[in-house]
Design a protein around this ligand. Structure first.
Ligand SMILES: Nc1nc2c(ncn2[C@@H]2O[C@H](COP(=O)(O)OP(=O)(O)O)[C@@H](O)[C@H]2O)c(=O)[nH]1
Ligand SMILES: [Mg+2]
Length: 351
């Protein structure tokens, strides 16, 4: 999972990046172009580690990138160059930061946000046009159905983006969806919006929004004071609790952002356990056991026979694998079994 923090200049990208990564600002990370790996905290993995005492514990991982600023007009004026675009396209999702800590009105934030979405749409439009051009250059090829179909699809997309609409808002058939995926369109990517707030405002804002879920054009929004969170992230545990209480921070931004990312990307985790390693594997919600096995190794998927499955809740309730067998909650599942969040699995594969 590769997520890029994007946004206008001075919107708090680098600060949020550091807060999520637990990096001290004093470490002097150069601005704009860094990647860090973040372990996804998972209490189930912690429990399994406590029980199995494995040689190794591995959490799900997110790669997080800090990026250079983007803003309105940056595609046309080439501030967003090919290399930056490439990096953005290779992201699985974006976190978009918007500066509210200097007192911007809500309408300003929305305008700024729309400015960026419009850049996405423009970048996608240029990409679609270039592809149509290329296909046409290859010669009309009326006889080549695949290319003809692609052109039809692309022209359909072009009309949509031409109306200033994001590709994520276009209903596509599963086949078209598959054909479109390879383009990695910016306006189709999952995105989370982080509105960065001032220290003296965050407690009130958090309280006001507690339990609510807010969206901007369908993108989920959360409020954060990134400077505060960055301090929190590098603090000693005992100090942190007092600090969090003082500023009404119920859960660190890392935890909040990771759950939001799992939600937004439609991810769940299954677990593998044992004396060697206890590990969480993120997979898309709805994958079957055979597809999930591919997360571990493509061979395991290709030679898949059965999955031994116990739910995390059952494991904890009965206190172990053997106990689960005795209680009749240990299962042998086939290829088409739909993996559930927290399933503890062991894949049986042929030679
Ligand atoms: N009060 C407050 N200040 C912030 C927040 N995020 C960033 N800043 C400050 O805004 C300035 C620009 O932040 P930076 O992360 O470098 O922005 P970038 O240009 O988007 O990477 C710095 O002085 C930060 O300390 C925030 O959430 N709240
Ligand atoms: Mg920066």
């Amino acid at each position: 999972m590769y997520i890029s923090v994007i946004g206008p200049a001075r919107s708090g990208k680098t600060t949020l990046f550091q807060a999520l990564g637990g990096i001290e600002s004093a470490r002097g990370f150069s601005d704009g172009d860094n990647i860090i790996a973040i372990d996804v905290p998972d209490s189930r993995v912690d429990e399994m580690t406590r029980i199995f005492k494995p040689k190794k514990t591995t959490y799900a991982r997110i790669e997080l990138a800090d990026t250079v600023a983007i803003g309105e007009g940056n595609i046309k004026d080439s501030t967003i160059n090919a290399k930056t675009l490439q990096k953005m396209r290779s992201s699985d999702a974006f976190i978009l930061t918007l500066n509210n800590f200097e007192g911007a009105a809500r309408a300003d934030l929305e305008r700024e946000f729309l400015g960026i979405i419009n850049e996405f749409i423009l970048a996608d439009m240029i990409q679609i046009e270039a592809r149509i051009e290329r296909i046409k250059k290859q010669g009309g090829k009326k006889d080549n159905t695949a290319l003809q179909q692609e052109i039809e699809l692309l022209e359909h997309l072009l009309v949509h983006v031409g109306e200033g609409k994001a590709i994520k808002d276009l209903e596509l058939s599963p086949n078209d969806e598959k054909a479109v995926r390879g383009f990695r369109f910016l306006s189709q990517k999952p995105m989370m919006i982080a509105i960065s707030c001032a220290e003296d405002a965050i407690a009130g804002i958090s309280q006001e929004n507690e339990g609510k879920s807010e969206h901007l054009e369908g993108y989920p929004v959360l409020y954060v004071c990134a400077t505060l969170e960055q301090e929190l992230a590098v603090m000693a545990d005992d100090e942190r609790a007092a600090f969090m209480a003082e500023f009404n921070v119920k859960e660190s931004i890392r935890g909040r952002m990771i759950s939001l990312a799992f939600d937004t990307l439609g991810l769940i985790s299954f677990l593998t356990v044992g004396d060697d390693e206890c590990r969480a594997w993120p997979v898309r919600k709805g994958v079957n056991a055979q597809e999930a096995a591919a997360a571990i190794h493509t061979d395991l998927s290709a030679r898949f026979i059965r999955a031994e499955v116990v739910s995390y809740a059952d494991f904890m309730k009965h206190g172990g694998m053997n106990e689960c067998k005795k209680a009749g909650v240990w299962r042998l599942e086939g290829k088409t079994y739909i993996v559930q969040d927290g399933d503890i699995m062991s894949i049986r594969a042929g030679a």
